[in-house]
Structure formats: structure tokens, C-alpha cells
Design a protein around this ligand. Structure first.
Ligand SMILES: [Zn+2]
Length: 408
């Protein structure tokens, strides 16, 4: 095999493309020059019809290294003159339009981006930050356009902050742990934008939507999902968080009136009261038991929270409803304002909590997605803007096919 045929098979070139010559430059770069058969038809990239050749333009693409040498593919690429679409550059088989890299190079960069930050990949491959970001964006766009059927049966909606404590985005995920959509902000219109992007069939396929009890996601779902009364599930972890805030606020209030020598232990005990039952070790119980004598209100608030968490174990609607009604009676008589406030919200939203209990749905999967998103933020040392953050989430967690199908 001569070197021209060797490079033709390495690049997978077929008629009308061929390698014309190969050279190694003094600075150690392999240049592969390709050409398009002058007599072959030029095809319009839009409609695929054979059109007259208008002219040719010299282009180049970074390819995978040849042994230790950086390798550049050059091509005199014809432009076709289509009667309908005008003058357009024909597609080359080794690269996507508007990319300065071959598909094989992009595929290799994508594999690395799965493992490391944009900065690290840029450094290792000798690319600018923007070039690497472009590979990532093209991969996500390719993945989204190749996406065929997505499982929307049981979805969870949650918010994550894109910058510390400020801007938010809305994440929609499915039961397989894929992020199926990312939208700006955490408003009603954020989630409405997701629903309106679905076809009627996809919208009908939704069986449950797990979320927190805040009004934004609730009202978007009421407006767009038929049968929402049976489908909206208020997430256990978010209800627990609301109750935790109430317990903490009771503890803070009580600390102000506690005997001087008990204030510090009560201050230090904060996380003991907020632990879920399964994570309470014996020394946490010891602290809770000894402080219960001085911090009676905190202990009462805590017991009410503990009881609420056990009510998620029911499986029938009737039993669950009766148990929550008993719980509500206790919480309402607790004389603890923060607890009474959460209890009122739980009473109002009890139907959605009961849905979550009988359907056995929660944001547990979404929570693990959230922690993976936090890791992405740490790895990238923050994102310069929301669009880049959204791209990174879909790239890493969207379950998309990022590499062109024929290279898989
Ligand atoms: Zn055309």
C-alpha cells in the first residue's frame, strides 16, 4: 500500500474524494492534501441534487495525530450552485459543516470531555478554550437532533443554582436518571417551556411529575398536563426540607431563652435534629435525649417531623390520608408557629403527597443528578454563563448520543 492509499483508508475516503499528496513539514506536522474529482458531480448540501460546480475553497481540519505528529487534513472543497439554495459548500465525509476538526478528532475530544474539564482537555489537545467549547456544543446539538424517543412517563422537576445563590435553572429528569430538559430560571414559564416543547403524544405519556410544593412548577403542570390531580407528586425530600427548616427555626428561637450553659450545646446540636432517622447514630440519640429536657419545643418539633417522615411508608390512599390527618391535628396543636406554617402548607397540598406515597415517586433520582451537577460546577470552577452551564449538563447527564452515529 502506498502512502496515499494508506491515508485514504485511514480517513475512510471514497469516490469522489482522494488523497493527492502527504507531507511532513519541518515543524513536525503531517499535512494530508485531499481533492475532489473534478469530473464528479457536486451535490447541494441542502437538497442533495447534482449541481454545477461554482468554485473551490481551500479548507483544513485538525485530525487525530499520526504517531507523534499533529495531523492536518487539507481539501479544496467545491461549492455547488443549486438553483434553489444558491452557492453552498458541499459536505465533506470527514467533518461536519462549520467545524475545523475531523469527526474522528471530535469523537476523541468528546471522550476526553466526558472525563475532564474543558480547561484540562484544551491544554492536553492544544486547543483554545472556545474550540473545545465548540466541540462540546456541536456534540450536544448532534445528540439532541438524533434523539428519538425519550421516556417521559415518570419525570422529576428541580431547580439548581447556576451561580452561587443567584441565578437558577430548571432541570427535568426521567426515571432512567437522564436530564431530559434544561430551562432558564425556576419560574412557571420555565417548566411551561418544557411542556410546550413536547408533542401531544409525549405529553399524554406523562404519568407522574415529582416536584416541591412551590407554586411555580405546580401551576405550570396544572395548565399543561391533563389529569394532574392524580399525577403531581410532592417530593418527600422537599417536604422533609420544609420541616427541617421549621425544626431549625424552633431551635433558634428556643436557644435565645435557654439557660446560659445550655446555649452552646443547643447551638452545636443543630445537625443532630436535622438528620434523617436512618442516619442517626447512638451519639446523636444521646445528644437529642439529653437536650430534650431543656429544649422541649425543639424536641417536640423534631418528634413531629420524625412522625411525618414515617407516613411515607403507607401504600393505600385511605390509610395514608387518615394517618396524615392525625399528624396534622398534632402539628396544628403544637403551639410552634414554624411547624404550624409547614403543617398548613402540607394540609393544602396533601393530595399531592398522597399521590407520591401511593405511586411511590420522589425526586431521589433528581437529587443524585443535582449532586453530579454540583461536581460539574466544581470541576469547571463555575461556568461563565448559563448557556455553557446548560450545555455541560446535557453533555454529561443528558444520555445523548454525542458521537456521530456512524463512528459508534
Ligand atoms: Zn439545493
Amino acid at each position: 500500500m502506498d502512502e496515499l492509499s494508506l491515508y485514504e483508508s485511514i480517513l475512510g475516503l471514497q469516490e469522489p474524494w482522494a488523497v493527492e499528496h502527504v507531507e511532513l513539514s519541518k515543524d513536525g506536522v503531517v499535512h494530508v492534501y485531499t481533492e475532489h474529482d473534478r469530473d464528479a458531480e457536486t451535490l447541494c448540501p441542502e437538497c442533495g441534487c447534482a449541481c454545477p460546480r461554482y468554485d473551490t475553497r481551500d479548507k483544513s481540519w485538525r485530525h487525530l495525530d499520526t504517531c507523534q505528529f499533529q495531523t492536518i487534513v487539507h481539501g479544496a472543497v467545491p461549492r455547488a450552485k443549486c438553483p434553489e439554495h444558491g452557492v453552498l459548500q458541499v459536505n465533506v465525509p470527514w467533518a461536519e459543516r462549520n467545524s475545523r476538526f475531523t469527526l474522528l478528532f471530535e469523537a476523541m475530544a468528546i471522550q476526553w470531555l466526558k472525563e475532564a474539564s474543558i480547561n484540562a482537555v484544551s491544554r492536553r489537545l492544544g486547543l483554545s478554550w472556545n474550540a473545545t467549547d465548540g466541540i462540546m456544543r456541536r456534540a450536544v446539538a448532534r445528540g439532541l437532533s438524533a434523539r428519538e424517543s425519550v421516556d417521559y412517563q415518570h419525570i422529576a422537576v428541580d431547580e439548581v443554582s447556576s451561580k452561587k445563590g443567584h441565578k437558577y435553572i430548571t432541570i427535568v429528569s426521567n426515571e432512567s436518571g437522564q436530564v431530559v430538559d434544561v430551562q432558564d430560571d425556576r419560574s412557571k414559564s420555565s417548566l411551561a417551556a418544557f411542556y410546550t416543547s413536547l408533542s401531544e403524544r409525549e405529553l399524554d405519556s406523562i404519568q407522574t411529575v415529582s416536584m416541591d410544593m412551590s407554586p411555580a412548577y405546580l401551576s405550570a403542570t396544572k395548565e399543561h398536563v391533563d389529569g394532574w390531580e392524580q399525577k403531581i407528586c410532592f417530593d418527600k425530600f422537599h417536604v422533609a426540607m420544609d420541616l427541617n427548616k421549621a425544626v431549625d427555626s424552633v431551635r433558634k428561637g428556643e436557644m435565645r431563652f435557654a439557660p446560659a450553659d445550655q446555649r452552646r450545646p443547643l447551638h452545636l446540636s443543630r445537625f443532630n435534629w436535622l438528620r434523617s432517622e436512618g442516619k442517626l447514630k447512638s451519639h446523636h440519640w444521646d445528644t437529642i435525649n439529653s437536650l430534650s429536657k431543656v429544649a422541649k419545643k425543639t424536641a417536640r418539633a423534631w418528634a413531629i417531623r420524625q412522625y411525618a417522615m414515617q407516613l411515607w411508608n403507607y401504600s393505600t390512599r385511605g390509610w395514608a390520608q387518615r394517618a396524615w390527618a392525625r399528624w396534622y391535628g398534632w402539628a396544628a396543636r403544637s403551639r410552634l408557629t414554624p411547624i404550624k406554617t409547614v403543617a398548613a402548607s402540607i394540609k393544602k397540598n396533601l393530595w399531592g403527597i398522597i399521590n407520591a406515597i401511593v405511586h411511590r415517586k420522589s425526586n431521589a433520582g433528581a437529587e443524585s443528578i443535582n449532586s453530579r451537577i454540583k461536581l460539574l460546577k466544581v470541576r469547571a470552577r463555575g461556568f461563565r454563563n448559563k448557556e455553557r452551564f446548560k450545555t455541560a449538563i446535557l453533555f454529561q447527564l443528558g444520555g445523548l448520543c454525542l458521537i456521530p452515529a456512524h463512528l459508534n
